[in-house]
Design a protein around this ligand. Structure first.
Ligand code: CU
Length: 177
């Protein structure tokens, strides 16, 4: 700034012209230094934005912090993948001649773990013929289970295939939304 003022108030005397020549040189060098600083600074600024290469020591902290955040988000992704196939657990009691509960529902894609308990006094089972699902016929007090995936939406009836238990009311409904 001071050099500029000297430059504008430039006297015509020869001695001062020499001094001004030196001042011009100094001013020129300062301008070059400023330009170089800006170019180098701009280079580091751009390269830091692009790849965040830790060329300057003060910038090393940034990339380290950034690598921590993706690691936690990857863990969240894994948890989500497990939860994507939801597991639906059902326990249905069978007696003469009904199921409790008589209606269960799941979503398409759910993995169904269905436990059937015979709480009656004669053998029973639980069958969902449309889904090809059927428990064993079990004695009173016993349990059996079936595992399957609810792959198709619909309303499916389940019932006991022993004798005429179905006609006597041993029926229920499995809804897949
Ligand atoms: Cu039965």
């Amino acid at each position: 700034m001071d050099e500029e003022k000297v430059e504008t108030s430039e006297p015509v005397k020869e001695e001062v012209v020499e001094k001004n020549g030196n001042n011009k040189m100094t001013f020129f060098m300062i301008v070059i230094v400023i330009v170089v600083v800006f170019v180098i600074g701009g280079y580091f600024f751009i390269s830091n934005q692009k790849s965040s290469t830790p060329t300057v020591e003060s910038q090393k902290n940034l990339p380290q912090n950034m690598t921590v955040t993706p690691q936690t988000s990857v863990q969240n992704m894994d948890e989500k993948t497990v939860q994507d196939g939801n597991i639906k657990n059902f326990t249905i009691d069978g007696t003469e001649f009904s199921y409790t509960p008589s209606t269960i529902s799941a979503s398409v894609g759910d993995f169904v773990h269905l436990v059937f308990e015979n709480k009656g006094t004669v053998p029973h089972n639980l069958s969902i013929p449309d889904l090809g699902v059927k428990t064993k016929t079990i004695e009173p007090g016993k349990t059996d289970f079936v595992d399957f995936t609810a792959s198709k939406a619909g309303t499916y009836s389940f019932y006991c295939t022993v004798d005429s238990h179905k006609d006597k009311g041993m029926v229920g409904t499995f809804i897949v939304k």
